[in-house]
Design a protein around this ligand. Structure first.
Ligand code: FE2
Ligand code: FE2
Length: 260
């Protein structure tokens, strides 16, 4: 553990049984994304939150938690979290949470509910490190957008680079053996299969993949790709899970549990 790593604001509920249960197995991570809570969404994820709390040790919320980034939407989600989530919860915001211009208000409301919202920071739970940030678009591989030409294109690319740097700054703080990356945007192209190719460049960027590979992350969770596929790998073979609820819902529950 390092001194400058942020820790969950919410203590474990029933920490002793949790630690006993962990003795012979890995950490069970429940993950979901793209909940898109609106003004009257209360109850939408309550059952799923209760199931995840019973079957997993940690819950990840990978962005687009609200529809328009409104405080009242975040309050609806906060109410469901308060009533049904009984395990430590980590979140990042998504592009929809920016829509009304106050993503920090959405993050604050969830933070006050006990969710550890990460924005280029890291947190450690039961010996597993989590580094999180929203991420940004820009495209993939050789076709990735470069900082060239108009100032607005350069600004777009700079935003993408900035998210990658902040992810790196979060990862560098973690000295745990297992390191999990929590994103909204995808770091690879593979999990976007099924989306219109015209929007691939707006769904993620290879710039996020570079620190993930370099720091040998254990696994990556992202959302944003509502029509993508669930599983991919980075160029170094690190598993990438698209946990966008609409994708997962097609074949089952609106969440996934992975044991690390
Ligand atoms: Fe979404
Ligand atoms: Fe999104």
């Amino acid at each position: 553990m390092t001194a400058d790593v942020a820790y969950p604001k919410r203590p474990y509920l029933g920490a002793v049984p949790f630690l006993k249960a962990m003795a012979n197995r890995g950490l069970r991570i429940a993950a979901t994304a793209d909940l898109h809570y609106a003004k009257h969404s209360r109850g939408k994820m309550q059952e799923a939150f209760a199931e995840m709390s019973s079957n997993a040790d940690v819950l990840l919320l990978c962005g687009d938690l609200t529809e328009y980034g409104l405080p009242e939407e975040a309050e609806e989600l906060a109410a469901d979290i308060r009533s049904a989530v009984k395990i430590p919860c980590i979140g990042v915001i998504g592009n929809h949470d920016y829509e009304s211009g106050h993503p920090e208000t959405v993050a604050d409301i969830l933070d006050q509910t006990g969710v550890t919202m990460l924005n280029g920071e890291a947190v450690e739970i039961a010996g597993v490190g989590f580094a999180g940030i929203c991420g940004f678009g820009g495209g993939f591989g050789r076709r990735m957008l470069n900082a060239w030409g108009e100032p607005l294109i350069k600004q777009f690319v700079q935003e993408s680079i900035s998210h990658a740097i902040r992810l790196e700054q979060a990862l560098v703080k973690l000295q745990t053996e297992r390191r999990v990356v929590v994103l909204h945007y995808s770091p690879i192209r593979a999990t976007l299969e099924g989306e219109d190719p015209e929007i691939f460049a707006f769904l993620g960027s290879s710039r996020l993949e570079e620190p993930i590979n370099r720091f040998r992350a254990t696994a990556v969770f992202h959302g944003h790709a509502h029509n993508g596929i669930t599983d991919g790998k980075t160029s170094m073979g690190i598993p990438v899970y698209n946990v966008s609820a609409p994708v997962l819902h097609r074949t089952g529950k609106p969440y996934r549990i992975v044991e690390l």
